[in-house]
Ligand binder design. Structure first.
Ligand code: IMP
Ligand code: MG
Length: 175
């Protein structure tokens, strides 16, 4: 059967949620500058939209990590493929991620980044699959809790496809 995409969260709902998160973050970081760290590649669409909704000063950096052995299941091995360009010492860091699944990637990453002495570090994810959690990570801002289904769109891929969909969808017809 060919792959098809079923809409899980429509574009308008994603956009409205991001506006809401941006407002909340702007309140919480009042009087500060927030240093957004985008986890590539999946976090990039979310971070750009979120950054536009934040009204306090924003700076950004990018990091690329991978924890996936194949297309749909986690290997548990985390590799930093691209590190940050700038130091985070003394900064109020907000990690921006597309989805927290097993939690392995963020569990590892939080530990690495905390050792670099930021002033504060928080985590914001567009999607969370709480049922799938293996490692306990504290998530400060969540867009949507979703069921245990493989999703794509808004930065999320299946074998590098579908990142550009403006909504969150479930891939159906996978072998
Ligand atoms: P974790 O380490 O298991 O929490 O995996 C997190 C990473 O796995 C995410 O940043 C995604 O890149 C990827 N991932 C987890 N679930 C999905 C999914 O449903 N669709 C696409 N990518 C996913
Ligand atoms: Mg990711």
């Amino acid at each position: 059967m060919a792959e098809t995409i079923r809409v899980l969260v429509p574009e308008e709902e994603v956009d409205a949620k991001i506006a809401e998160l941006g407002e909340k973050i702007s309140e919480d970081y009042a009087g500060k500058q927030v240093h957004l760290i985008c986890i590539l590649k999946g976090g990039v669409f979310f971070m750009c939209e979120l950054a536009k909704r934040i009204t306090v000063p924003v700076s950004m950096d990018f990091m690329c990590v991978s924890s996936y052995g194949d297309d749909t299941s986690s290997s548990g091995i985390v590799r930093i493929a691209k590190d940050l360009d700038e130091s985070i010492q003394g900064k109020d860091v907000l990690i921006v991620e597309d989805i927290i699944d097993s939690g392995r990637t963020l569990y590892y990453l939080m530990d690495v980044l905390e050792k670099r002495n930021p002033n504060s570090i928080r985590l914001c994810t567009l999607l969370d699959k709480p049922e799938r959690r293996v490692k306990d990570v504290k998530v400060d801002y969540v867009g949507f809790d979703i069921p245990d289904e493989f999703v794509v769109g808004y930065g999320l891929d299946y074998a590098q496809k579908y990142r550009n969909l403006p909504y969150i969808g479930v891939v159906e017809g996978l072998e």
